[in-house]
Ligand binder design. Sequence first.
Ligand SMILES: [Zn+2]
Length: 221
Amino acid sequence: MDLILFGPPGAGKGTQSKFLQETLKIPQISTGDMMRAERKSGSDLGQRFDSFMSKGLLVPDDLVIELLEKRLHQDDAKGGAIFDGYPRTVPQAKALDAVLEKSGRRIGKVLSLEVPEGSIVDRISGRRTCLDCGQAYHVRYNPPPPSGRCGSCNGERVVQRSDDTEETVRTRHAAYLKDTLPILAHYGQFPGVVVAIDGMGEVDAVTKRLLGAVGLDAAGS
Ligand SMILES: [Zn+2]
């Protein structure tokens, strides 16, 4: 099944999608991680990403779609994928629908994590990110290992990113309300696709709610 893990920046999408992919045995597709990896690889496409990202500009939709389409044709993603942090706009959602449709696929569920706006600043200001592999942590909800090194790649650069400040959080939240939230109305035209999930509480409690919404318990059965 193809899923979108939806919600405002700081709702815990990155953390939850890691758990979901382990249980559902389908890969998480984070365009942010993929673009960073492609950029690091120095490939032709990566260099085109770099020309935008190095200036702090948004990467144009058609370049991201090119990367997504390539990814969806890889073996592990043929049975479905979890989209996290993408699509961010209704045009991106429609482009994703069109790419999936080429393979006879469609978004089966949009799991919408609901977190009150007041909790978002707290969550993001506690966020720590591995600069080497993109793994996300939170000082309270999902702390990095006591060694301070990344639990995924053993890298030493687990840091608070400069854009995880209160000011940028507020700017991103406003953009989310304006550009991203309308995606729910887009998928709302398909009965049963959008499911609201309470995103507050412990990480594993939220995971249980998400798995329940796709008809699984935490053991994956
Ligand atoms: Zn790492």
